[in-house]
Design a protein. Structure first.
Length: 100
């Protein structure tokens, strides 16, 4: 397993958002981090990128299992994490990270 380096606390704080049958999206981060570590409290579908909204076609993430996602380059604008429930509503926690 590769070690991950949390991005700066000042510029890239962790964020939490609630999700239900309607997608919840974090507020945005500026470009910079290589990835984001995502944890959900119930099984959810997750999307990461510029202006994204999670749907049932997004990536499945099991409950309470931290999953690292690459932050896609997009258009260079601020990016976010979005989650929508599989069956039960919950919370999504996201923390920007770097590989080194």
């Amino acid at each position: 397993m590769e070690l991950l380096n949390p991005a700066s606390q000042a510029g890239f704080v962790g964020r939490t958002v609630a999700y239900s049958g309607t997608a919840g999206s974090t507020s945005t981060w500026n470009p910079g981090p290589q990835g984001v570590l995502v944890t959900v409290t119930t099984a959810a579908y997750v999307e990461v990128g510029v202006g994204v909204t999670a749907t049932v076609a997004s990536t499945y993430v099991p409950a309470n299992t931290p999953i690292p996602f690459v932050v896609p380059p997009g258009n260079g604008g601020p990016w976010r994490v979005s989650a929508i429930r599989v069956a039960d509503s919950g919370d999504c926690y996201a923390k920007p990270i770097n590989k080194q």
